[in-house]
Each structure stands twice: as structure tokens, then as C-alpha cells.
Design a protein around this ligand. Structure first.
Ligand code: EPZ
Length: 420
């Protein structure tokens, strides 16, 4: 296992190109199961999670080539309907093969995804939505077995106690595409990644209206053809670099991003006093002054994204004054607090909130990564802190940030990898 060593303190400078979106890539790769024809998908980030999804597609019977950032998926015969525990348990996003397998094979056996440090991660909304379309489920030894004679369009309400569900919307929308008749999904997730999935399905011949809104209408078709598609940029990576620039008082230009996908973050940082310049495809962050303590509450899109909550917490930990961070999507997503406090932060958890008494300077220390976005929060803290930080268990980081060290070194960061 490797660890990351960071010498913190200096401002960064330069340009960084944002990679393709991990969370758009995963359901889009799953959707290739719904056609026997070849699909070519470009701008796919090379990540642990995308490699896991590719392994899963191969185990289900697909031929997959991954060169540079382009994935070609084709069929070599009939599909297998078993999505194995080994793969699904390492990445919950694999659960979004359930809808496509039911649509294509009328049956599926998918390992129930485990929980993770950010929450118990139930799948009740996925199963409720698919049942509405005519699927029946049994459970055995940690697997969900689904089958259907034929999927039939229906009304589906997908709102849960924590709002809409991104991957439940993906699973139900994909199944609806090959169901007979019309499906209306209400309280659907509006995330750009769900919109990108709808775009890919429509490129394959699906009939979908209302993509990116909370009401999606799908008119079922008999068959889907192959498609060529390019993945949108990763809004969470973009937001992570914006928060890195703010925390290290740097002057960084992001390219290849969609500025409109991170307006909730931009709005909060402008409230804190950060200045931005932007035009088509690029965003310049120049942070020379101290920011004001600013509180946030996370919500489903277009609200402030839970996937930027930990990184924002790091910024507020080093912004003198009191700020309150509330996570309404994953109320337990605070594993990063203990690690930031080891670096001198003064943060207290109170239910689904973190109460931050911001201080001027964090100090380097050995810390432990716990999940993907908490790891990013610790990298930001290490780059902004005085002294040396060692981040252990960085495989979490490799799941969702493409070439992160190279991108940071190019910006002047003193960061390198060492064997544990
Ligand atoms: C997606 O996970 C993302 N992952 C997560 O990003 C992201 O944090 C999350 O959406 C919220 O934006 C991928 O896209 C691969 P949800 P997903 O279903 O779809 C509850 C990252 O860092 N819920 O939208 O699994 C759930 O517990 C990852 O890239 C139910 O109650 O999340 C949560 O409180 C982490 N029942 C809320 O809904 C269900 O059946 C939102 O979860 C499903 C979800």
C-alpha cells in the first residue's frame, strides 16, 4: 500500500484540465449491457472505479477495450446475469447493472452493495421503482435475484427520506427504456450525471423527455442500437480544485469544465469573498485574501453537493470564525473531522452537522483516508497546512481522481508517493 507525502504551505499556480465524470461514466458503461451492438465512449477517466466497472462488464460477457480515455464495448455472445459479490462489494456503483440486466435478460442476480463509511446506503428505492415496472425480487446470501416476464411502463415515485436517489433514478430509467409503454418517474434525481445517462440512452435510440428535471418520461422501445458518446467533465473534481485554490490562496485556472454544474459551490464561495473569472470551458480562481466563515447545507442537485462537503469543511476549518456544515444527504459523512482535528482544526460534530471554529493555520500530521471525498479533503488540508502531512490508505483517492498527483505537481505542489 502507498501513502502520500505532502509538504504544505506554498500557494499553487497554473492550469489544470478537468477529467471526465466518474459518476456519469459508471451508469453509462452499465447501459452498454442493453445493446448487442458496439459502443464507443470517450473522455472516460482512468480510475479504480472505472476499471472495476469494466471488469464487471467483462464478467457479464462483454468485450471491453480501454485505450487512453476511450472505451469500446462489444458483445461476444450471450450475457451472464450474475454480478459477483467480489466486484459489487468493492464499488456500490456496480448496483446500477440491475436495471439494464432486467431490461435485457429479464433476470439478474446482483450482490447487494455493502454500506460504506458515509452511510448504510440502502437500495429500497431502486427495488421499489423496478417492482413498479413489473420486476419481482428474492433475496439470498447477500444477493438480490430479480426476474420479470416483461417490464411494463408505469408511474414511479422515487423520493426518499433524503431526497431523490441518483443511481435509483439511473436503474429505473434504464429499465423503463426497454419496458412496454410509458413510464413517468417523479422525484427523479436531477444530477448532471443522470442527464448524461439520458443523453447516452437517447443516442442508443431511447425515447426520454424531462432529462435533468425531477419528472422524467420514458416511452419504451423494442431495441437499442450502439452509440458513440463523450463523457461530460467531472463537476466534483472541478469543485475539489476550486476549493484547493481557495484553501492554498492560489491562482489556478480550470479548463474543460462546465461552470454551470458547480453554481451552488461558486455561490457559497462568492458569499465567502472569493472572486472568479469564467468563460466557455474555463474558470479562473484567484484567492489572495482571507475568506469569511460561511455555512452550508447539502441537498440533491442543484443544491450544494454532498460530494464537496468534506472539501468545503477543510476550507472552513482554516477560515477564522464560526461556520456550520450540515449534510442532509449523508448525515454521517463526517469521517474527515477527526483527521482534520489531528491537524489542529477545531471541529465538533453535532448530529448531521459539523460546528467549525475556524483557525488561521493547520499543521501537517499523519492522517488516514476513509472514503473518496474525505481523502480529497485531507489532500487540500495537507497542501494548505504548515509542515509535512502523510495520508495513508490512498487507494480511496485513486477511486475517483485521475492523475491527481501529476496534476498537483504541475501546479507546483510538493507531493509524492511512498511505500507504506
Ligand atoms: C451517487 O450515489 C454518487 N455515486 C455518490 O457519489 C453521491 O454522493 C450520491 O449519488 C449523492 O449525490 C455515484 O454516482 C456512483 P443516492 P448514490 O442514491 O446514487 C438514500 C462519490 O463520492 N437512498 O443519490 O448511491 C441514500 O442513503 C460518491 O463519487 C435511500 O434511502 O446515492 C442517501 O441518503 C459517494 N434508498 C440519499 O438517498 C435508496 O434506495 C442519496 O443517495 C437509495 C438511496
Amino acid at each position: 500500500m502507498d501513502k502520500l507525502v505532502i509538504e504544505g504551505g506554498g500557494p499553487l499556480l497554473g492550469e489544470v484540465r478537468i477529467s471526465g465524470s466518474k459518476n456519469a461514466t459508471l451508469p453509462i458503461l452499465a447501459a452498454t449491457l442493453m445493446t448487442d451492438e458496439p459502443c464507443t465512449i470517450r473522455n472516460v477517466p482512468r480510475l479504480r472505479d472505472t476499471m472495476t466497472m469494466i471488469k464487471l462488464l467483462k464478467s457479464l460477457g462483454k468485450t471491453v477495450e480501454f485505450n487512453e480515455n476511450e472505451v469500446r464495448v462489444s458483445s461476444k455472445g450471450s450475457l451472464n446475469y450474475l454480478a459477483d459479490y467480489k466486484l459489487v462489494s468493492t464499488m456500490r456503483g456496480s448496483f446500477c447493472v440491475l436495471g439494464p440486466l432486467l431490461a435485457k435478460l429479464k433476470r439478474a442476480k446482483v450482490s447487494l452493495p455493502g454500506g460504506c463509511v458515509i452511510g448504510i446506503r440502502p437500495v429500497d428505492l431502486h427495488l421499489k421503482g423496478l417492482k413498479n415496472l413489473g420486476a419481482k425480487f428474492e433475496f439470498e446470501a447477500g444477493y438480490v435475484m430479480g426476474k420479470t416476464n416483461s417490464l411494463k411502463g408505469n408511474y414511479v415515485y422515487l423520493g426518499g427520506d433524503f431526497g431523490s436517489s441518483v443511481l435509483a433514478t439511473a436503474n429505473v430509467m434504464m429499465a423503463a427504456v426497454l419496458a412496454r409503454g410509458e413510464t413517468i418517474i417523479d422525484s427523479a434525481a436531477c444530477e448532471p450525471e443522470v442527464e448524461a445517462l439520458a443523453d447516452f440512452l437517447m443516442a442508443m435510440g431511447a425515447k426520454i423527455k424531462g432529462k435533468g428535471t425531477s419528472r422524467i418520461t420514458v416511452n419504451g422501445v423494442k431495441k437499442l442500437h450502439g452509440a458513440n458518446f463523450s463523457i461530460c467533465s467531472d463537476r466534483i473534481e472541478a469543485g475539489t480544485f476550486v476549493l484547493l485554490a481557495a484553501a492554498t490562496k492560489s491562482n489556478i485556472t480550470l479548463t474543460g469544465l462546465d461552470y454551470t454544474h458547480i453554481l451552488a459551490l461558486i455561490d457559497k464561495l462568492q458569499e465567502a469573498g472569493l472572486k472568479f473569472q469564467h468563460a466557455d470551458g474555463w474558470l479562473k480562481v484567484k484567492c489572495q485574501r482571507n475568506l469569511k466563515p460561511t455555512s452550508i447545507t447539502t441537498y440533491p442537485y442543484p443544491g450544494f453537493p454532498t460530494d464537496l462537503q468534506a472539501q468545503f469543511t477543510t476550507l472552513m476549518a482554516m477560515t477564522p470564525g464560526v461556520s456550520i456544515i450540515t449534510d442532509k444527504v449523508f448525515p454521517d459523512r463526517f469521517m474527515h473531522i477527526a483527521e482534520l482535528n489531528r491537524m489542529g482544526a477545531n471541529i465538533r460534530r453535532d448530529g448531521n452537522s459539523a460546528i467549525i471554529q475556524g483557525i488561521k493555520t493547520l499543521y501537517g500530521a499523519p492522517v488516514m483516508a476513509s472514503d473518496l471525498r474525505a481523502s480529497a479533503a485531507l489532500v487540500i488540508a495537507g497542501l494548505a497546512a504548515k509542515g509535512k502531512t502523510e495520508i495513508h490508505r490512498i487507494y480511496h483517492l485513486e477511486r475517483g481522481y485521475e492523475n491527481l498527483e501529476e496534476k498537483l505537481v504541475k501546479l507546483g505542489a510538493k507531493i509524492y508517493r511512498e511505500k507504506e
